[in-house]
Structures are given as structure tokens and as C-alpha cells.
Design a protein around this ligand. Structure first.
Ligand code: ASP
Ligand code: MG
Length: 436
């Protein structure tokens, strides 16, 4: 059994839905996870925003406009009037619920209800489309099978049992369809796995049910060895270790949600990235296997702030770093990179929300310097320390780029450089030129 996830653009229009329908039409007993049609989640959040601001008029206009889009998609997607009518009935029902929600007082719970409708619509439409093609697909309601606990973490035992039960209840199905992203929380309320969370749903289901493979379908042919928006001639990387993929996802490769990797990796279920626009392309296979002696890819993460704390007191003192870390912990700000010397420590954050307060407290430990608009460039591959020459090659490529920080040895899979925003494109190009 495989789990196949299709993102918003893959189901973004009647034509795209038909295209995915073709791709999954012979999926025997596979589980298909769908995102909302592209743009829908953003529209739903806008609707919720208007409710929050008390602008009911705008909320209802936005709902009408979105409803219009769905009516047009239905008109185009189904061949027969019978299926158009069935689809309109379901979608009209969901829009009636949306309108009722938009009348209520705003709360975070209300926002989650509103935003859950996107995946409910896309999966219902796909399900009916497959039925019209004569395929016996069955919906597995994500709100019955995906649950998070009080810390927002997936309740694995529940997900495993509930999903098995739902599958067993429909033994004659050709394939199963479920909503990505949405779930229930420990109170039984509608909740979600955060933006982009459909990957996570797929990874959880695939991992907990022991799937043969988890396929993540997007509109690019796998993870590329550099960012195609800045570098010409990038090529897909065909094999990645889970750790390499996690570093790349976290440090900017937009193709995969960073947390998606975790369950799959823990349960050792391979993840394959594939392209709906070119289904026969090899894509990227992510598994627990490392290609020795090769640099795989480069990624960049923007909007980084570097903070340096210099202190004479650090010299020969213990407990200094603890004090520094406690300040970041207090202000719930995570640290990405860190380098130390005997008299100072430099680290980076990607969230400036509490920076002023962090800076004030750090100032009591030493002299604080802040550099904004920085970029982390992350080079990923077999960077185990006993290998010779790889970190030198990366450094050599950046010979003419001012480097603020270097981090190496934290894992066996990456070396990271902190540079100025304005040097980013140049650095990415130089690395591609020298390394690939
Ligand atoms: N529809 C949700 C979003 O746009 C989840 C997803 O697409 O993965 O964030
Ligand atoms: Mg070495």
C-alpha cells in the first residue's frame, strides 16, 4: 500500500483534478491525501480575518466569490448533469456552513472551522469525479482519523487504530481519499497541522500504517540541487538520506514541509517526491540510505538575524551559554546556527518578534551586536568529518563572498554559511558552479 499526497496546485483546477484522477485511477487500495485547491486556504483565512475585524459584509462577499469559483470548477469537471448536481449539493452545503460560521463571534476555534472547509471540498470533488469514472473510491474523514494531543503532537496510537478501522469498514474500495492538514484536537474540536500540513498528514498515515512508500506529488520534478529561482540549470537530486532532506526542507527547499520527514523517518518508510506535470520523471527518493562522498544540494534560508554576545566573563567561565540559551527559551525564540569563541558567541534566529527584549537581557551578559538581513546558505551531503576536502570545496567556492558565520560538525550532513542578503544569488551560483 502507498500513500499519495497531492498539493493545492495539483488539484487547483478542473483540468488538474482530472489529471490527478488519471494518475490515481489504478491505485489499488492506496490512500490519497489531498490539499485544498490552491488559493482556497488563503481565501478562507481572509474570510476568517474579516469575521475577526467584524467586517461581515466583506466576509460574505469573499464567501460568494469563492463559491463562484467552485461552481465554475464543478461545471467544468463533471461530464453528466447528475454528477454536477451531486457535487453542487455537497459544495452548497459546505458554503451554507461557511456562511453560518461567518455569522458567529470570532475565536481561534472558529478560524479553524472555517479553514478546514478547503480540504473537505477538494476531497469530495475528487471522490465524485472518480465515481463518475467508475472507480469505487471511499472517503476517509480526516476529522475521524487524525488527532493531535494537548501539545499539538499527533496522537499516533489513535491515528493508527482509527485509520485501520476506517479502512476495514470499506473493504471493497478501489482506493481511499482523505483530507490533508485537518484534524481534531484533544478536546474533539476541529484543528489543523499548521500551514502546509498536508505533507505531514501523508507522512503520518504512511508511517503509522507501515506503507511501502509515501509519495508527495507537486509540480516540480523532485528536490533540486539548488534553488531554481536564482540559479540556472539546477537538476533534480534522485536520492537523499532522510537527514539530508530534513536539512534542505528546513533551510529553504520549499518543496517539502520540514516536519513531514519526521514520522516517515522514524518508521523507516521511504518518501518519494514526484511531479504531476511529468509523472514519468524519476523524482527524488528519500530514505535511510546515504550516498557516500557526495555533495547533494544547496539551499538558502532568508530573513536571518545574527546576534553576537561578547563578554570578558565568558573567558574560562562555565554556565555562560546556559544563561544565553535561557533568554532565548524565555522568549520562545529558536536558534538556528551557533558559533563560539573563547570570548564570544554568535547565533542566528529567524523570528524577530521578541528581539528587543532578548537584546535587553543579553546586554546584561556582554556587548551585543546585531546584523539583520542575513541569509543562511546550507550545503548538504555526506559531510562526515573524516571525509576530506568537502568542506574545503564549499569554502573555496565562497572565496569572494564575505562570510559572517560558518557552522560545521553539528551533523554529518551539512555545512552552513551565514552571509549578507545581497550576496545570496552570487553565493548560490558559485556553489553550484564549484560543487556540481
Ligand atoms: N491547505 C493547507 C495550506 O494551504 C495545507 C496544505 O496545503 O498542505 O496550508
Ligand atoms: Mg573533513
Amino acid at each position: 500500500m502507498k500513500v499519495k499526497k497531492f498539493g493545492g496546485t495539483s488539484v487547483g483546477s478542473a483540468e488538474r483534478i482530472r489529471n490527478v484522477g488519471k494518475l490515481i485511477s489504478d491505485c489499488k487500495k492506496d490512500i490519497v491525501v489531498l490539499s485544498a485547491m490552491s488559493g482556497t486556504t488563503n481565501s478562507l483565512l481572509e474570510i476568517s480575518d474579516s469575521v475577526e475585524k467584524g467586517d461581515r459584509e466583506n466576509a460574505s462577499q469573499l464567501i460568494e466569490a469563492l463559491h463562484g469559483k467552485y461552481r465554475a470548477t464543478i461545471e467544468e469537471l463533471y461530464a453528466s448533469d447528475d454528477y454536477k448536481a451531486q457535487a453542487n449539493e455537497i459544495i452548497n452545503g459546505i458554503f451554507a456552513e461557511l456562511k453560518a460560521l461567518a455569522e458567529k463571534d470570532f475565536s481561534v476555534g472558529l478560524e479553524k472551522e472555517i479553514v478546514s472547509k478547503g480540504e473537505l471540498m477538494s476531497t469530495n470533488m475528487m471522490n465524485l469525479h472518480l465515481h463518475e469514472l467508475g472507480i469505487n473510491s471511499v472517503l476517509l474523514p480526516a476529522l475521524d482519523i487524525i488527532k493531535i494531543d494537548m501539545h499539538g503532537e499527533p496522537d499516533e496510537a489513535f491515528i493508527r487504530t482509527a485509520t485501520r478501522k476506517a479502512l476495514d469498514a470499506a473493504p471493497d474500495a478501489d482506493l481511499y481519499i482523505t483530507q490533508g492538514f485537518i484534524c481534531r484536537n484533544e478536546k474533539g474540536e476541529t484543528d489543523n497541522l499548521q500551514r502546509g500540513g498536508s505533507d505531514y498528514t501523508a507522512s503520518l498515515i504512511g508511517a503509522l500504517l507501515g506503507a511501502d512508500e509515501i509519495e508527495i506529488w507537486t509540480d516540480i520534478d523532485g528536490m533540486h540541487n539548488n534553488d531554481p529561482r536564482f540559479v540556472e540549470g539546477t537538476t533534480p537530486v534522485h536520492n537523499l538520506h532522510f537527514e539530508e532532506a530534513a536539512e534542505l526542507a528546513y533551510f529553504g527547499a520549499k518543496i517539502l514541509h520540514p516536519t513531514c520527514i519526521l514520522p516517515a523517518r522514524q518508521h523507516n518508510v521511504p518518501v518519494r517526491l514526484l511531479n504531476t506535470m511529468d509523472p514519468s520523471a524519476e523524482g527524488t527518493l528519500i530514505e535511510n540510505k546515504l550516498d557516500r562522498n557526495s555533495i547533494k544540494a544547496v539551499a538558502a534560508k532568508d530573513n536571518i538575524t545574527a546576534i553576537k554576545i561578547k563578554s570578558g566573563r565568558m573567558l574560562l567561565a562555565y554556565g555562560f551559554l546556559k544563561k544565553v540559551f535561557e533568554i532565548f527559551e524565555k522568549y520562545e525564540t529558536s536558534i538556528d546556527m551557533i558559533t563560539t569563541s573563547e570570548v564570544g558567541v554568535s547565533l542566528t534566529i529567524d523570528n524577530e518578534k521578541n528581539l528587543a527584549r532578548i537584546e535587553a537581557e543579553l546586554s546584561q551578559l556582554g556587548t551585543v551586536t546585531i546584523d539583520r538581513d542575513m541569509v543562511i546558505i546550507c550545503v548538504v551531503g555526506d559531510l562526515e568529518w573524516t571525509n576530506k576536502g568537502f568542506e574545503a570545496a564549499a569554502l573555496e567556492a565562497l572565496r569572494n563572498v564575505p562570510v559572517r558565520m560558518i557552522s560545521y560538525g553539528g551533523s554529518n550532513y551539512n555545512i552552513s554559511f551565514l552571509i549578507r542578503k545581497e550576496d545570496k544569488t552570487k553565493a548560490l551560483r558559485l556553489l553550484s558552479y564549484h560543487l556540481f
